[in-house]
Design a protein around this ligand. Structure first.
Ligand code: NAP
Length: 488
């Protein structure tokens, strides 16, 4: 199925609670629009605080049976979900492009990436392990076991509508937890379609519940205050994450926080420039620059900066802007008018402070929220875009003279999600692993995301890791049991 209307009419529009699709308790709705045209795609249920409590009831009722379901069975359900998702990859890709705007080819890439969390955690479920051994004194035996944390609340952002959902749901379900998930109000359709797929794959009623709403704060409040909730996992901005942490503190909830970034992309004088340009294009323009891992500051050694700038400018000038469904489009729309206004003002601020525009530089006239792919050179250290996430297709170049200066600039941010480093020196690359304060690094690569890797940041970029062998532990509690010496 590739027809847009047919696809949209197949997507559920109601809340998914306890295995039932149902309208909001007050009949409220919210519209979902295509950012490329501003046109309405669908009208869906908008949950109320009462619906939130109903979803917590369902997640809490389903937890005892689900946490005791054999791990192999949980894994096999996730594996079926992976297979179904791969069968319907084109539908999910189109749905994401429609509601979020990214080019179709990148949406297909997200289906592959997002799907891998289902396959990875289907394999991790049966590997949840414990240990048994004598205490050092020999007077007893110690048992360490792993247990599902309990009902979890998952909040996801709009920029990766599928992958941010699977990155949380798959490890939670694999661990034996039940969840209530609240997708972003601008891109809820992918999560609704994915919940229907999970139901078809055999996820029992109440294990995954979906609340879509235009009142995220009001709906989240009763959930976060509910003593049955054991875990909050959030991906989104640092400001919202920090306020949710405060709310989570009163219930002493376990939390995973995947927050904002301000990634430095450091190009040393000994870099392979072809590779650096290739990596820069991917690290900057994938997802229209709207990724937490997007390179935000290009810190380029002064000896190679002019060449790097002219090479990326040539590439950027050849990019095509348009609706993500059209063939050959590299840059789709930004998510909404606020995002467009923010990128416009960040560029204006940088130019006012002395940055030179080498390509693009403006919003695109006409319908939709498009911003031209842009290259800025000589961006001064005090420009706002050096401190804030640009979240748009703007490649901002600053120069440095020495390794120490490059490192100081790279670390001069409250964020610490990811850094990118281009150097042909092995020793320098190793030094950067130790000197750059980020949870992840791309060393001579511009894309790092992988379901098998522990994704996450330090400083204001968050707490915890998603994916990899670490990912399932965010949803497992460690229990220690002491027993007497069986020979005594
Ligand atoms: P956001 O505004 O923080 O929203 C994220 C989610 O939180 C949405 O579902 C939103 O719902 C919800 N929300 C907002 N205010 C809330 C409140 N008071 N109580 C409960 N929920 C609330 O972030 P965004 O603009 O969607 O996403 C962009 C940000 O996410 C960027 O900072 C980016 O770096 C970050 N991000 C981080 C990662 C990572 O892994 N580190 C990955 C992707 C994105 P509504 O849609 O209804 O507002």
């Amino acid at each position: 199925m590739t027809d847009e209307t047919a696809l949209l009419s197949s997507v559920p529009t109601e809340l998914f609670i306890g295995g039932q699709w149902r309208p909001a308790s007050d009949g409220g709705t919210l519209d979902v629009n295509d950012p490329a045209t501003g046109m309405r795609l669908a009208t869906i249920a908008s949950a109320t605080p009462n619906d939130a409590t109903a979803a917590m009831d369902a997640a809490s009722d389903a937890f005892p049976a689900w946490s005791r379901t054999p791990a192999r069975e949980r894994g096999e359900i996730l594996r079926r979900a992976f297979d179904l998702l791969m069968e319907r990859a084109d539908d999910f890709a189109l749905l994401m492009t429609l509601e979020m705007g990214k080019p179709l080819e990148q949406s297909r890439g997200e289906v592959t990436y997002g799907g891998e969390f289902l396959r990875w955690f289907s394999e991790e479920a049966p590997r949840i392990a414990g240990r048994y051994g004598a205490n050092p004194e020999g007077s007893g035996r110690m048992i360490v076991s792993q247990h599902a944390v309990g009902p979890c609340y998952l909040i996801t952002p709009w920029n990766f509508p599928l992958a941010m959902a699977t990155r949380k749901i798959a490890p939670a379900v694999a661990a034996g937890c039940t969840v209530v998930i609240k997708p972003a109000s601008s891109t809820p359709l992918t999560t609704l379609a994915f919940a229907a797929l999970l139901e078809e794959a055999g996820v029992p009623a109440g294990v995954v519940n979906v609340l879509t709403t235009s009142s995220s704060s009001d709906v989240s409040e009763p959930i976060l205050a509910d003593p049955r909730l054991r875990k909050l996992s959030f991906t989104g901005s640092t400001s919202v994450g920090s306020s949710l942490l405060k709310q989570a503190a009163s219930g002493v909830l376990r939390t995973s926080m995947e927050l904002g970034g301000n990634a430095p992309f450091v190009v040393f004088e000994d870099a392979d420039l072809d590779a650096a340009v290739e990596g820069a294009m991917a690290a900057k323009f994938r997802n229209i620059g709207q990724a937490c891992t997007a390179a935000n500051r290009f810190l380029v050694h002064e000896s190679v900066a002019p060449k790097f700038a002219s090479r990326v400018t040539e590439r950027v000038e050849a990019m095509s802007v348009g609706r993500g469904t059209e063939d050959g489009v590299d840059i789709g729309p930004l998510i909404d008018q606020d995002a467009l206004d923010k990128v416009t003002s960040l560029v204006a601020d940088a130019v006012e402070r002395g940055a030179r525009v080498l390509a693009g530089g403006s919003a695109v006239d006409g319908e939709g929220t498009f911003f031209e792919p842009t290259v800025l050179a000589d961006v001064p250290a005090d420009a706002d875009l050096m401190r804030e996430e640009i979240f748009g297709p703007v490649l901002a170049i600053t120069t440095f003279a020495t390794e120490d200066e490059g490192v100081a600039l790279a670390n001069d941010t409250e964020y610490g999600l990811v850094s990118y480093v281009y150097t042909e020196s092995l020793a320098r690359g190793q030094r950067m692993i130790e000197r750059l304060d980020t949870g992840m690094m791309g060393l001579n690569v511009g894309v790092i995301s992988n379901a098998a890797a522990p994704f996450g940041g330090v400083k204001m970029s968050g707490l915890g890791r998603e994916g990899g062998a670490e990912g399932i532990h965010e949803y497992l509690e460690t229990k220690y049991t002491m027993t007497p010496d069986p020979f005594a």
